[in-house]
Design a protein around this ligand. Structure first.
Ligand code: NAD
Ligand code: UFG
Length: 337
């Protein structure tokens, strides 16, 4: 049974991926410093899978701990690297934290993996690397635009570092997965997204408003050149994202990759406006949402949705859940909090 290191495995996407990995028969070791997650997530994973992953709590910015950890776990067959800081606004205010956390941790891991011959690596990238793409839906060949935030820049730099490592070492195999907008929660409602403080993202803001934690949702702008004037995104169920990681990993372990660095978009291929997302919430929850249109949010792209052909045809993965499915799971999860 192959053993997989999942960094950031107690976080939102990481925890769903740990569940999917364990259900697919992998042994998992998680490294997480709980900087943006809770140890309770581990209980949720165990409750769903009836298996307890190994867990080590340390900071991947600590190079010595990372080296010692990888020496001790010299039987790891692959690494999925989720650990990073991810708040766009915070990255503008504190860029060095983002460069330190998102770049140093990546470099330390790659250095050690290169040294000990562990060569299967999956990287959490983001559709943010495309900025406002000129052509919709966005293919992997779309140009990388100047990053809109230090956070976005760390994803571009991260991909560039991995590319150079793969060029230098043809035995190193990596897949970068560019997520569009992950939403929703596990169907058991035992794990889900745990935003700290006021949510920055649309779906947790909606579900918290629906639950009465927030008074009103502010819709950032209704005068964009879209069907109803609100921004368009590709909202994808986090369980679909998690399953894509298992498939990508199997591709590397089975040596089915055609290139030693492959890049895939993970989206549904469907763009939804903010007002459509609100309608979806109202439909699945049977509640009216209190919302108000306000000014645009700085830095928002107008529209971003994926061309998923490469992931569908080459990776052999397709998103299964609809916006309503994902929204319902998010709403069920909210009601447990
Ligand atoms: P998250 O914050 O829920 O999970 C990240 C986890 O990593 C947290 O549990 C945190 O405690 C841990 N962590 C952070 N820095 C660490 C460090 N130095 N050492 C050890 N652990 C550390 O975030 P998420 O939404 O699950 O995102 C996972 C990855 O996917 C990130 O790389 C993120 O940038 C990327 N991504 C997320 C989205 C999204 O919308 N959620 C979209 C695109 C890409
Ligand atoms: N929105 C609102 N009100 C809110 C929150 C969001 O109207 O309270 C709107 C935004 O203006 C945007 C849409 O809802 O049009 C989606 O916003 P999110 O913040 O949920 O998602 P983004 O697409 O802006 O950004 C997310 C992550 C980024 C990541 C990007 C691409 O937050 O980290 O997806 O992966 F880079």
């Amino acid at each position: 049974m192959a053993k997989i290191l999942v960094t950031g495995g107690l976080g939102y996407i990481g925890s769903h991926t740990v569940v999917a990995l364990q259900e697919a028969g992998f042994k998992v070791v998680i490294v997480d410093n709980l900087s943006n997650s809770s140890i309770k997530v581990l209980e949720g994973i165990v409750a769903i899978t009836k298996q307890t992953p190994e867990f080590e709590n340390f900071d991947l910015r600590d190079k010595q701990s990372t080296v010692a950890f990888l020496k001790k776990h010299n039987d790891i067959s692959g690494v999925i690297h989720f650990a990073a800081s991810k708040a766009v606004g915070e990255s503008v205010e504190n860029p060095l934290l983002y460069y330190e956390n998102n770049i140093n941790t990546l470099i330390y891991l790659l250095q050690e993996l290169n040294r000990n011959g562990n060569t299967n690596f999956i990287f959490s990238s983001s559709c943010t690397v495309y900025g406002q793409a000129d052509v919709m839906p966005i293919t992997e060949a779309a140009p990388i635009k100047l990053a809109e935030s230090p956070y976005g820049n760390t994803k571009q730099i991260g991909e560039a570092i991995i590319k150079d490592v793969c060029n230098a070492n043809k035995n190193f195999n990596a897949i970068a997965l560019r997520y569009f907008n992950p939403i929703g929660a596990h169907s058991s409602a035992k794990i889900g997204e745990l935003p700290i403080g006021v949510p920055q993202n649309l779906i947790p803001y909606i579900t918290q408003t629906g639950a009465g934690i927030r008074e009103q949702l502010f819709v950032f702008g209704d005068n964009y050149p879209t069907t109803d004037g609100t921004c368009v995104r590709d909202y994808i169920h986090v369980v679909d994202i998690a399953n894509a990681h298992v498939i990508a990993l199997q591709r590397l372990l089975n040596k089915e990759n055609q290139d030693n660095l492959e890049v895939y978009n993970l989206g549904t291929g469907i763009g939804s406006t903010v007002l459509e997302v609100i309608k979806s919430f109202e439909h699945v929850s049977n509640k009216k949402l209190n919302y108000k249109i306000v000014n645009r949010r700085e830095g928002d792209v107008i529209s971003a949705y994926a061309n998923t052909k490469k992931a569908n045809n080459t990776l052999g993965w397709k998103a299964k859940s609809s916006l309503d499915d994902a929204m319902l799971s998010a709403w069920k999860w909210q009601q447990t909090l």
